[in-house]
Design a protein around this ligand. Structure first.
Ligand code: SF4
Length: 382
């Protein structure tokens, strides 16, 4: 497991799992049970100083102070939408901006969490993709998002669900995601049920298999197309893992009886919203325990992509349901504060954007010689 060490030599203790804290403390001559005490103080009480851990012996607290530090994200801004959605803009230690979005809906409060600062996947419809990858978030930074939202919002907004659908591709950062999920799930830490956590991916096939073998959380796959060519147009990762390979892997995943994979389908007018697309989607889902989440595109000035008319979305959904699929339409939330799907990172001052750019223009720009290959680092994805 990677450890994160500050310039002063102290380790980010919140990026360690309980087993790692235990190993570290026993290695320093402390009793094993101290690790559980410390872990609870970090994740259940959310303390910011070791000397607040009043039931931990002073000598252990001093040892902790010497070897470790307690990481928090800096709160840059909190914006509330007229529909109750809250967007949190955070800064990492070195100033990278990331965002989380709390979406209250029908008695549930879903927190959309970021896994990376920026993103390397460059999906053409997504504004976060314009940023490129700044860096992977550490386990502490992924797990601090729900902790710090809990600390800031009233009890009326108690987080009930977590979706890893904020900035970044979670499976590109699997080494840090897995310990963060352990912190989410551990009853001595954040104590979420695996049924309430969903990890979304563009489809990094080996990592998807590893995730499904490692943890029982829900899976979502961002599909957004019904042919290989169409998917390559909006999701360049398709060049690395074809849609066919991805769907075959989904058929084989070791899922529990009750689990279904959610397929997210961003609907873009005139691109992937035809009846022929709906028919192909029905065929593609054969043999997969699936549910489809249709997401009408959130229009924005940086893209010429249009949202399909409501009637088109309904007809598409109707075709899927009539052919035996579970299909829902996601209601757009938080649009007035740029918290809607695909809009995160919009306020990033470094993102150079061209107004009204089409899918083809974005793809050509990204494939052109001006494109920074480090932003598109698929080679490090095995
Ligand atoms: S849709 Fe997700 S994976 Fe694709 S560029 Fe945006 S943040 Fe990255």
């Amino acid at each position: 497991m990677p450890t994160f060490v500050r310039a002063d030599g102290r380790i980010d203790i919140k990026s360690l799992t309980l087993a790692e804290i235990e190993a570290a403390l026993t290695g320093l001559g402390s009793e094993r049970f101290r690790a559980v005490q410390v872990y609870k103080w970090l994740w259940q009480r959310g303390v910011s100083r070791f000397d607040e851990m009043t039931n931990v012996a002073r000598s252990v607290r001093e040892l902790l102070e010497e070897r470790f530090y307690i990481a928090f994200l800096e709160v840059v801004a909190v914006q509330a939408s007229i529909d109750g959605t809250h967007k949190f803009l955070w800064a990492t230690e070195e100033g990278h901006r990331i965002e989380s979005v709390m979406i209250p809906d029908d008695g549930r409060n879903t927190l959309c969490v970021s896994s990376q600062a920026g993103c390397a996947m460059a999906c053409t419809f997504c504004l976060t993709g314009d940023l490129g990858l700044r860096r992977h978030l550490r386990p502490s930074e992924i797990a601090n998002q729900p902790l710090q939202v809990r600390q800031r919002l009233d009890a009326q907004y108690r987080i009930s669900n977590i979706v890893m659908m904020g900035m970044g591709e979670p499976l590109h950062n699997l080494d840090n995601l897995l310990p963060a999920l352990e912190i989410y799930l551990d009853e001595q830490a954040l104590n979420f049920s695996h049924r309430k956590i969903t990890v979304s991916t563009v489809g990094l096939v080996p990592q998807l298999q590893k995730l499904a073998e490692s943890t029982p959380v829900n899976l979502a796959v961002s599909l957004n197309a019904t042919t290989e060519e169409q998917r390559r147009e909006v999701m360049p990762i398709t060049r690395k893992y074809s849609m066919q390979a991805l769907l075959d892997a989904c058929r084989e995943l070791p899922l529990k009886q009750t689990k279904r994979i959610t397929f997210e389908y961003v609907m873009m007018a005139g691109f992937n919203d035809s009846l022929a697309d709906a028919q192909r989607l029905v065929r593609l889902m054969r043999g997969i325990k699936s549910k489809i989440n249709l997401i009408p595109y959130n229009e924005n000035p940086a893209r010429a992509i249009k949202r399909p008319a409501d009637g088109v979305v309904r007809a598409f959904q109707h075709h899927l349901v009539a052919h035996g699929l579970q299909a829902s339409v996601r209601i757009t939330r938080g649009r007035d504060i740029s918290a809607a799907c695909g809009q995160l990172g919009k306020a990033d001052p470094d993102a150079a954007r061209v107004e009204g750019t089409s899918i083809a223009a974005i793809r050509i720009r990204r494939e052109g010689e001006g494109y920074d290959a480090s932003r598109f680092a698929f080679d490090d994805i095995v």
